[in-house]
Ligand binder design. Structure first.
Ligand code: SF4
Length: 210
């Protein structure tokens, strides 16, 4: 696969790809959205985050939140009790162990309870414009395998390493976000829409049944 051609086609289709998590204004709010989005859709998160963010904005707001009040505000999302606890614990850690400063590196971010590498990547890319890696979620995993950018690989860290070696660093954010959108709306898990796909001329899996 010619990476240059792949990126060219993606740029033509996705002019400004970005997260579909909405309503956030501050980094702690975005971190809360990311925690809420585990095994849930961005749409489900957006439905509850407006009210949530009217009440909580800063690290202090989230760290000092009353767990019962937060649970009530997020109760329509799956695993809401665990997620409410995670949001508060993450912000307590930032407040108490990091002097309230949200770190600007993956290695530091993943020390925050509840934040894994995928979340750290998306937080850095979306709120600080920093690309230290590539976001590997279920969409990026699926599409990268179908495009044969990786070979039958499901391990997120190995996929990220392989992608980082093939994609130029200045494209990591663009690649992450455009492939997430491509996987969500075109190269879906069931019935990928190869007919409408802008990559169907270069994709080794185009029009092949799963
Ligand atoms: S051609 Fe089909 S399998 Fe390949 S990326 Fe497009 S939708 Fe996915």
């Amino acid at each position: 696969m010619e990476i240059e051609i792949l990126l060219k086609l993606l740029h033509k289709e996705y002019t400004n790809p970005k997260t579909e998590l909405d309503n956030w204004m501050t980094t702690p709010q975005f971190i809360a959205s990311v925690i809420l989005s585990a095994q849930a859709t961005d749409k489900q998160v957006n439905k509850i985050s407006k009210n949530l963010f009217e009440k909580y904005s800063s690290v202090d707001d989230f760290a000092n939140a009353d767990i019962n009040e937060m649970e009530k505000l997020v109760s329509s999302i799956n695993y809401y009790k665990t997620k409410a606890t995670r949001i508060i614990d993450a912000n307590k850690y930032i407040k108490e162990s990091l002097n309230g400063e949200i770190p600007k590196s993956i290695d530091e971010l993943i020390k925050i309870p509840g934040i894994g590498r995928k979340s750290a990547n998306v937080i850095l890319q979306e709120t600080m414009g920093i690309s230290q890696g590539i976001v590997v979620d279920t969409h990026v995993t699926r599409v990268s395998n179908r495009l044969k950018l990786v070979e039958n690989q499901t391990n997120a860290e190995k996929i990220e390493k392989e992608l980082m070696s093939r994609i130029p660093q200045n494209e990591w954010r663009f690649f992450s976000q455009s492939i997430v959108l491509h996987g969500r709306y075109v190269c879906k898990a069931k019935k990928p829409n190869c007919k409408e796909c802008i990559l169907n001329k270069i994709c080794p899996s185009a029009f092949t049944p799963e």
